[in-house]
Each structure stands twice: as C-alpha cells, then as structure tokens.
Unconditional design. Structure first.
Length: 268
C-alpha cells in the first residue's frame, strides 16, 4: 500500500474531482470504473507560487492513476490566468486563455502566459513584489505616450494584462481613462516640459525601484497595488499606476488598471 495515499474507487466522480465541476450524469456507455490513488503530498507551483487547490470548503488533491498524475484543472488554469466554465448542454469543460491575434490589442482578454491572477492566500505584500515588473512596463508605456502622443503601446499593455469580468470595469474603460489623461497632459504643457518630465520618470524606472509610499494593502473585497515614481529634481513630478484585484472565490483577478500623475503639485 502506498504511504499516505488513499485508494479511491471512482466512476464519473473522477471527472468531477479533476475539474471541480458538477458535470451532471453521463450515459452509461461513457462510464468506466477505475481505481486511483489520492496523493496529498503533491503540490503544484506556477511561476514559483503554490496553487491553492481548495474549492470552497472542499480540499482537492492530485491523484495517481496507472503511473500518471492528474490534477484539478480549474485552480491550475485560473492560476495561469485562464477562465474555466462548464457547458451543461455540450457536456464540455472549456478553458479560455483568450490569446489575442498577433498585432491586435482589441480583445478584452489577457494574452496567453500573462499572469494577472493570484491565489487568495498569496497576500498583498507578495503580490506587490511579483507585480513590480508589470508596473514598470505600464508606467513606461504611459510616459512614452505622454511624451510622443502615440498610445499603441499603452493600449497593448492594458489589454495584455486585463482580466475582464462583465460585472466590473472593462479594458475598454481602463484604456479610455488612460488615453484621456495622456491627452490632458499633452494639452496642458509644452513639449519642453513634457520631454523633461517624462525623461526624469523614465530614468527613475531604469532601476526598477519604487518609493516607500508605494505599497500593496488589503481592501474589503480584494487587493489594491499602487506603484509610483517620484522626481524631486528639475520638474518635480510623479506618475503612478494602480492595479485592482477582485476576489473571486479563491483567486484574486485583475479587474482594473488606473494611471495618474502630477506636475509641481498639479494632479492629472
């Protein structure tokens, strides 16, 4: 008998276990009784973070069947930024990575392989550290758009990381807000000021550091991560980006991106 493993006899419950869905009854022809082993020692990691396999009050575990490991696909897919749904009529489990077509920034979904979800037990401090490269990428796109007026990279950034939930904000709205702020900067200040202000911000970003006041903290229904670069030199300006994560079950999902800034105390 395998140590710390429980023998389990499963019919269609194997499918329910693996996918964490109540899939309903299947025709008898599709049901096959098998014998598998539950292994609570196996852990799953995505980009160095442990995937939480708990679904509500139920703790799920990988299983071993005929020498192969099978894992619950729903929490794993969500940890990779995908969306999982059960289609009762089709008897199908659908995983959507929403990989936009090349050169297109119009899809309101995330790009394949881009992480914008975290397990709810991950914690704001860890999320803040992990998302620093994304913040740097976003503020860089924002500053370049302010300097040049070209917003293509800014739009691509928002659609790259945005996880669209219909009951919350949309990537279209996030981009519209960012675009409006870029236009406001460019209408209020002359080219010399814009060049100097954005040059200072981009120089600060090279080191990848953010000041102490930029920190992640818990909200009632999620996490807000705030990052900013602050220049106390010639132009005395700052630029910031906020990432809002909504708690959806056992996962935090990115649901809004907001940009802001100020020049000599005048906010935009």
């Amino acid at each position: 008998m395998m140590k710390r493993k429980k023998a389990v006899t499963m019919t269609c419950m194997l499918i329910i276990f693996l996918f964490a869905f109540a899939c309903g009854a299947f025709a008898d022809d599709y049901i096959k009784e098998i014998k598998a082993y539950q292994n609570s020692k196996i852990t799953i990691h995505v980009n160095g973070s442990t995937v939480d396999l708990q679904d509500g009050s139920e703790q799920m575990f990988p299983i071993i069947y005929e020498g192969r490991s099978y894992v619950p696909v729903k929490p794993l897919a969500e940890a990779l930024g995908a969306k999982v749904t059960w289609e009762q009529g089709e008897q199908a489990i659908k995983v959507s990575t929403a990989n936009p077509s090349a050169g297109s920034a119009s899809s309101p979904h995330e790009s394949e392989g881009v992480r914008n979800t975290f397990p709810s037990k991950y914690g704001a401090a860890s999320m803040f550290e992990d998302f620093k490269p994304v913040a740097k990428e976003g503020i860089t796109a924002y500053l370049n758009a302010i300097r040049s007026g070209e917003k293509k990279d800014l739009k691509a950034f928002i659609y790259k990381y945005y996880y669209s939930l219909t009951e919350l904000d949309s990537p279209d709205l996030a981009y519209a807000q960012a675009s409006e702020k870029v236009d406001t900067y460019r209408s209020k200040y002359d080219k010399k000021t814009l060049d100097g202000l954005t040059a200072e911000g981009l120089e600060l970003l090279k080191g990848g550091a953010f000041p102490d006041e930029a920190s992640g903290y818990s909200k009632e229904h999620g996490i807000l991560l705030n990052y900013r670069v602050v220049s106390d030199k010639g132009y005395y300006g700052h630029f910031s980006i906020d990432f809002y994560f909504y708690q959806d079950g056992n996962t935090y999902k990115l649901t809004n991106i907001l940009f802001a800034g100020a020049y000599r105390g005048e906010g935009i």
